[in-house]
Design a protein around this ligand. Structure first.
Ligand SMILES: [Zn+2]
Ligand SMILES: [Zn+2]
Length: 291
């Protein structure tokens, strides 16, 4: 069965999980404090989003399904600009108050928005169409990766709403169990084993969740056992990092059967950065979200 992203995750779930993780991993305290509030702001924003449905004609749908193609290209996602800008302003505020490293960028984006010096919709479109927008970062005198973080975080609730709507088209199709998202074709940025041990992936762009094969690499489809390894820490057995020697990529997986808290994927991701460092030290890379 194809699952959708987690629309039923409440603010309270996010808050509770953030507190639990802060206690378990004090070194991530400040990071969890900031991102926890970002995720709550995104979840609040999502409930206010109004977007027209994305329609896929039956013939095109049949063609895509026969060929194992994703439902849409990322450029087809719709953004509610008013909600995205409101959220962007909120994220700037949060950065100024809680994220010293991002405060300067948050302040500059906020000021540019207020002064009318930042035309935001072309940047939303550039990000979805994979077109460069480095010029804007230069004009605002901020790092491009930080601008990308703010813009993507502000758009994410719209993208996720579209994905939830689109996933209805997948209801009657058997899972293709691919390594890319059946909604938008992007790669996963995290995965999990569900209560039945099924391997699920979460899309780095639209947060759609889908089942994949238990064995093999989700990025290059290699099933050669010699290429597939995983590592974990005894102190945190709920996480596994799968690495592939064929394509040199890695994927973090959370085993929900060993998790004693609500699963908030993004929070688990940022509190396992030490595992990313470990994988990267060994020469593996991750597939990043668009841009
Ligand atoms: Zn997706
Ligand atoms: Zn691989």
């Amino acid at each position: 069965m194809t699952q959708t992203s987690r629309p039923d995750l409440t603010k309270e779930d996010i808050r509770k999980t953030a507190t639990t993780l802060q206690k378990a991993r004090p070194s991530y305290g400040a990071l969890i404090d900031f991102y926890g509030q970002v995720f709550i702001a995104q979840s609040e924003s999502r409930s206010d989003i109004t977007l027209a449905p994305i329609i896929i004609e039956p013939k095109l749908l049949a063609l895509k399904q026969e060929n194992g193609m994703p439902l849409v290209d990322p450029s087809q996602f719709l953004i509610d600009p008013a909600q995205a800008v409101t959220l962007l302003e909120k994220l700037c505020d949060l950065a100024v108050a809680h994220a010293p490293k991002l405060a300067n960028t948050g302040e500059k984006i906020f000021t540019a928005l207020k002064n009318g010096n930042l035309e935001i919709e072309p940047i939303f479109s550039a990000l979805l169409n994979n077109r460069p927008f480095g010029k804007t970062a230069t004009q605002l005198d901020i790092p491009l990766d930080e601008l990308t973080f703010f813009i993507f975080s502000a758009m994410a609730p719209s993208i996720q709403s579209c994905a939830v709507q689109l996933s209805a088209y997948l209801k009657d199709t058997p899972d293709q169990k691919k390594g890319y998202c059946p909604v938008c074709g992007s790669h996963p940025d995290v995965g999990y084993l569900d209560q039945d041990g099924k391997k699920m992936l979460i899309c780095s762009l639209c947060a759609h969740e889908w089942q994949t094969h238990r064995m093999g690499c989700v990025f290059c489809d290699s099933t050669d056992r010699q290429d597939q390894h995983y590592f974990f820490n005894n102190e945190e057995k709920e996480y596994r990092v799968y690495v592939c020697d064929n394509c040199q990529r890695y994927l973090k997986l959370v085993d929900l059967r060993l998790l004693d808290r609500s699963f908030v994927p993004k929070l688990e991701q940022i509190t396992t950065l030490h595992l990313d460092y470990k994988a990267q030290e060994q020469g593996y890379t991750t597939h990043k979200a668009k841009n």
